[in-house]
Design a protein around this ligand. Structure first.
Ligand code: URA
Length: 291
């Protein structure tokens, strides 16, 4: 090959890579292409009874065992998600149940499961949409650029993930525990399948307040078709949607606000989120959950 044709080849490869990036293909998953859009074989998966303690090797083993099993269809996935969520008596049970669950195709393309971060005793639980590339790599929610902004926003009213005092702590999770390829928005079916898990997650943590960041978590958790612009800036009463789950032990208030990724693209909206944080602070004082 002449040096001229080598240069042309390099230019073409660069263009192709840029085209992939523009279209959200920013991760190499395997050397050979796999058609993940094929309809999976519909085989029932035996319900799980997991009681193992939280530990990475347990989760890794469960993931390996589950990865050989075929995916299941949406209706069956919802039924199984409800049954597994109901069975989970602790956060560890829930984490293991999600790790072995084969009803979400995003699990097959993600690198890591992203379950939670922060203090599980926190009065305030923040719920986002789904992990992005950084979260997928680290296995923790909100660790990328939008996570750093989220931390700053919460810190402005004295809340941190690391705080031991439940009044000053936050606990963070997402509706979806696996990164959708190319950071696409989770589909309505994915949200329906993941709902029993996040609702059980809320029940096990029993926060006093939910902060729902962005349109997707707000619509899913508040079971509404209204958009975030209409729903933010007001308090809502969260009610469990999944019929199989027990009712809540106490009222949980929900405050929807803009997603930090939206703020990174629209910094002039930071003032709106600041108003939401002022509301949150006032409510904490009213409920006596500040220290
Ligand atoms: N966006 C989310 O909604 N969740 C994350 O964990 C990261 C980015």
């Amino acid at each position: 090959m002449t040096s001229n044709s080598l240069n042309i080849k390099k230019c073409v490869e660069k263009d192709v890579l840029e085209w992939f990036l523009d279209n959200g293909v920013d991760e190499v998953l395997a050397h050979n292409p796999v058609n993940k859009t094929l309809v999976p074989e519909q085989k029932p998966v035996a319900p799980l009874q997991v009681t193992a303690q939280p530990n990475t090797s347990v989760q890794t083993r469960l993931l390996e065992e589950a990865s050989d099993k075929p995916l299941i269809g949406t209706t069956q996935a919802i039924i199984e998600a409800c049954a597994l969520a109901k069975q989970a008596k602790t956060l560890t049970d829930l984490q293991n149940a999600i790790a072995t669950f084969n009803g979400l195709a995003v699990k097959k393309t993600a690198m890591n499961m992203v379950f939670c971060d922060g203090n599980p005793k926190a009065d305030i639980m923040v719920i986002g949409e789904a992990p992005g590339a950084d979260e997928d790599r680290m296995g923790k929610p909100f660790v990328g650029a939008s996570g750093q902004l989220l931390d700053k926003i919460l810190k402005s009213i004295g809340l941190t993930r690391a705080a031991e005092d439940p009044h000053n702590a936050t606990y963070i999770s997402n509706i979806l525990n696996w990164r959708p390829p190319g950071n696409r928005t989770p589909t309505p079916d994915e949200m329906k399948i993941a709902l029993p898990f996040i609702e059980r997650h809320i029940q096990l943590v029993q926060p006093k307040i939910l902060v729902l960041v962005g349109n997707t978590p707000m619509k899913t958790i508040l079971n509404t078709k209204e958009g975030i612009k209409k729903m933010r800036g007001r308090w809502h009463s969260y009610q469990t949607i999944t019929p199989d789950l027990d009712p809540l032990e106490h009222e949980i208030l929900a405050l929807p606000t803009f997603h930090p990724a939206f703020l990174l693209r629209n910094p002039y909206e930071k003032k709106t989120v600041w108003q939401d944080m002022v509301m949150l602070q006032k409510k904490r004082e009213e409920l006596g959950i500040t220290s």
